[in-house]
Design a protein around this ligand. Sequence first.
Ligand code: SF4
Length: 202
Amino acid sequence: MSETLHMRHLKPRKLKPMNPKPQEWLAADLSQQYIASYKPFNFVDGEGVRCSLYVSGCKFMCPGCYNKAAQNFRYGTPYTQELEDQIIADLGQSYVQGLTLLGGEPFLNTQVCLKLVKRIRKEFGHEKDVWSWTGYTWDELQKESADKKELLSLIDILVDGRFLEDQKDLTLQFRGSANQRIIAVPESLAQHKVVLWPRLIK
Ligand code: SF4
């Protein structure tokens, strides 16, 4: 068979997201503590009016990623105390329901996310809620490093799992593909199983 004919018979390789082994990727090795974007007072990143922090860096490399530029751990600008103070001031507005962490990958930027979320709990208790998106699944996070588990323990709602193009569905609430779940974190941790967000419609 000639080379040209042979090439025609090769099926195109279907790209898939990366699948790390437990604790293979650590924020301590990867995070540059950079921020891709901060969007205060938005209505799209979870329930109610929210302040969203987009951290930089993600290694899942999902084909069709909604924020490919933020896969780079040095994309954007460094996280600063000034930005943190601004986020806290914005969250102090009575009409703001809470903080949302997105990326990039919040669980590979735990230095930033843990510091911020701990301060929110200190200043607001549970008056403000915390949502986070992650490419990790719930089960994967249970086998992950202590910093990731600590961040999980401080979050109210987790949207889990890679973005899978073959399960893409733009009609879903707050997520891009059908494998992703909106998980009620305190209830799931207490019951040792995934409990979905009670206000899930679709
Ligand atoms: S996990 Fe999210 S940010 Fe990371 S590559 Fe996948 S879609 Fe992009």
